[in-house]
Design a protein around this ligand. Sequence first.
Ligand SMILES: *Cc1c(COP(=O)(O)O)cnc(C)c1O
Length: 409
Amino acid sequence: MRPIYLDNNATTRVDPEVVQAMLPFFTDHFGNPSSMHGFGASVGAAVKEARRQVQALIGAEYDHEIAFTSGGTESDNTAILSALEVMPRRTEIVTSAVEHPAVLTLCAHLEKTRGVKVHRIPVDSQGRLDLDAYRAALTPHVAIVSIMWANNETGTIFPVVELAELAKEVGALFHTDAVQAAGKLPMDLKSTAIDMLSLSGHKLHGPKGIGALYVRRGVRFRSLIKGGYQERDRRAGTENTPGIVGFGKAAELALNFMDDENTRVKALRDRLEKGLLQRIPNAFVTGDSLERLPNTANIAFDICEGEGMRLLLHREGIACSSGSACSSGSLEPSHVLRAMNIPYTAARGAIRFSFSRDNGEEDVDRVLEVIPGIVEKLRALSPFGTGGRSAEELRSGLGPRGRRADSRS
Ligand SMILES: *Cc1c(COP(=O)(O)O)cnc(C)c1O
């Protein structure tokens, strides 16, 4: 049985063309790009080419606005810490309640250790940002706003272009974690007010351990890693040249595949969602029904254990992820689903299927074939009963008797 990989928001398969592009940089072109001899020169040219490929993917005005890092996490950390350092009199951060841990864990740490005030803007039941709360949090005390371009769990897209304009009005820097959006949504950074943007190689069929931080020309900046003067003094350490070349190639391919992503891949995703909702009662799609990544389907099956579902799918050779994180022995719904106030019994039954250009029709057929049996089996075992509530009741966050369904105990 051919395994089916539907967890592309966690990581992607490196494109064979990317591997081919990288290989010479381990052997023939192993030089240090900073070296002033022939061995370094050819490598320097390849790094420059990679920078141009990433520039093209995000529509940056200059290639030197891109600094290579070790990945999305480092880029997010660097952006936020840099802003606090260049604006020492501003001590507040505005972010959302549904960011990746690369942002949220850092913010919690800064709150605890440096007394930074963090505004975590709430979202509604479809994962959309509360714009009134956002506007209210924006004051001249804010050093940086960090809001993701698209959410990794639900695929909900945030209006970052508009959010950046609002941040400008109070003189705050605007950073966006675009790790999930890159290669899926068109970007033209030069026409926006976005100051910094994070990317990661392994989410777009590039290698792991490589990413980039876009820093708009003229934005004041302090590097996180201190050392040599690589990357125009924005990221010390000898360049990961095979990774950089691979990431560049992956960025080029992502741009070429963007149409495929938004037509064929989106159609696969839509067919899976429609098929599941037709076959399984009391299930619904989480996230914004309109503004959503084309590859992501996060579906909540009421009264059905998500981790159990994931395991049984795994046994069928299907890889996906559940919306629960195992912490202290109990399965709690993720911070994203909790922030959306999705009723507890439905959030526990959330499964994320994330597609890529590697998927085909047969993958959707297979999931649709096996899932009804799995859900039926788990619902029969559920301590919450076998009924479940209708999608309308669940979406509105209200139980059958008008009680808030997420209030347990
Ligand atoms: C995967 C991911 C990251 C982390 O990127 P790494 O390169 O794995 O460090 C950050 N933000 C989002 C939204 C992600 O999906």
